[in-house]
Each structure stands twice: as C-alpha cells, then as structure tokens.
Design a protein around this ligand. Sequence first.
Ligand code: FES
Length: 230
Amino acid sequence: MTRLQVDGVPVELPAGASLLDAVHAAGADVPTLCHDDRLRPAGSCRTCLVRADGRTVAACVTPATADLTVDTADEGLRNLRRDAVALIASALPPHALADSAHSELAETCRALGITAETAADGSTRGRDESHPYVHLDRDLCIACGRCVRMCSDVQGTFALTLTGRGADTVVAPGTGGAWAESDCVSCGGCVDTCPTGAITQPGPGQGLTSRQTPADRVRTTCGYCGVGCT
Ligand code: FES
C-alpha cells in the first residue's frame, strides 16, 4: 500500500493508483474532462491539476507515490483549473453550456461560475446524423479522446479516431466519411463517455446521452461489450 496526504488528509492506496485516485480517496474533487475511470488516462485536458510536493501536475496521469504531500485547494490551483476549463469552453458555441443536466462540461462550467458568454458564437463544423443510433455534433467535440479510447480499449471496435490539427481536431469514423458507413457497432460506449453531448443517442430522449436514457441491466453474450446481445 502507498501512504500519502491530500489536503492534509492521510490516504492509503494500492500500488498503481494515481494522484486522482488519492484525491478522490481524500474526499476532494477536481474536474476531469478527458478522464473516465473505465479508460486509460490521457492527461490531455489539464483540468485536473494538483500540486504534489510543490510541482503542478495532472492528477490523472501522475502515479501516487509514498509520502507525497498533495494540495488541491489553494487559490492559484483553483484558478489554473478554472482557466483550463474556460479555455476549452471558449472554443465552443453557447449551446455547449446550456444543459448542465446532460453535459459534464456544462456542469463543470456551472460549478466553476463559467458562463455561456465565455463560449464563442456560431456553429461551423456541422453534424453527422447519418447513423440511426449515434449522432455527432462536431461543434461540441473537445477532442478529449474519451470516445476513441472507449471504442478501442473497452469495446475493441476501433471505429473512431481524432482527425484535424490543433483547435480543428475532432472525432471522426476511422474509415473516413459518414458515421453510418463506419465500423460502428452501435454499442453506445462513445455516447456514454462523451463529456459534452457531442455524441448523442437520437430517438426517444433525443439529444440525451445514454446516461440519461432508461436502460435495463442484462447478462450479455460476451460479457464485456455494451451492445447487449443476450
Ligand atoms: Fe487529467 Fe484531463 S483529466 S488531464
């Protein structure tokens, strides 16, 4: 076991844990827009910054090592995390922050006091509604890569990739072209992990992520995929 302190609270974690695990074990919280506990960490959004023995690091990709003193709470750190979230939001159209019940980004902005005025006007990258079960609003994509990692590492489908450069980076089918012509198997994993509502499930409850639509728990044939074959 690894013992360290977070905001003065002693925590004990198994080997291989991250500083984000330590933060949560201490009852603290930081934004985690590119992280999902089901996925390998990417460390790309920098919204989970903490201080470990005086160094400012991304908690999700930093191993929890013995005797570290971790700080999440000082004002400078809060401002750094808020600036990271505000920078991400500033590239999105106002509707990205409109519905905090259905968007982790909108909920994070609401909690940090980042308002819709922070976001840029306009909608320029368009939508892909070619697929019957998965719709993409490219203007809401923050290129966090959660959908890509869910599709490849958890579902084993490898249907998605990130394309473009810099601020124009966006999720797309790996085959190019429309989502309906991709290798997507309609498992819904990308819908489930998307933190902004860029990828949604159409139909009843249109525009909602799968977290907000009713679901039955079933025993699946292969035991790991979200398609639900029984
Ligand atoms: Fe840690 Fe994005 S959640 S860098």
